[in-house]
Design a protein around this ligand. Structure first.
Ligand SMILES: [Zn+2]
Length: 99
């Protein structure tokens, strides 16, 4: 009886393995052709063409606009800082080269 149970268990495990590999193969094929994106705010599925990558919910739109604003100001400050540092480092070198 125990032997029969063992072989059944083995069979089940084998079938499960086969199913898992075949489904992962299918998934690999599917991921090769992306069909959708996810909302950056609430992770809802949205069409690929959605740009910006958010859904049509007002809350997500407002949140996105807020984040976009802070992203833009962060970008501006980064540019200023990088420009300042670049000037601080390159300025003296240029001065040495020119004069
Ligand atoms: Zn959303």
């Amino acid at each position: 009886m125990a032997k029969g149970f063992d072989s059944l268990k083995k069979q089940i495990t084998e079938t499960a393995d086969k199913l898992a590999t075949s489904s992962s193969k299918v998934r690999k094929k599917m991921t090769g052709v992306p069909a959708h994106k996810h909302c950056r705010m609430c992770q809802t599925t949205i069409p690929m063409k959605a740009d910006p990558a958010i859904c049509k919910a007002e809350a997500c739109d407002a949140k996105w606009a807020k984040e976009e604003k802070s992203r833009k100001s962060l970008k501006m400050w980064m540019t200023i800082f990088i420009g300042f540092f670049a000037f601080a480092f390159i300025g003296p070198i240029l001065q040495n080269l020119v004069f």
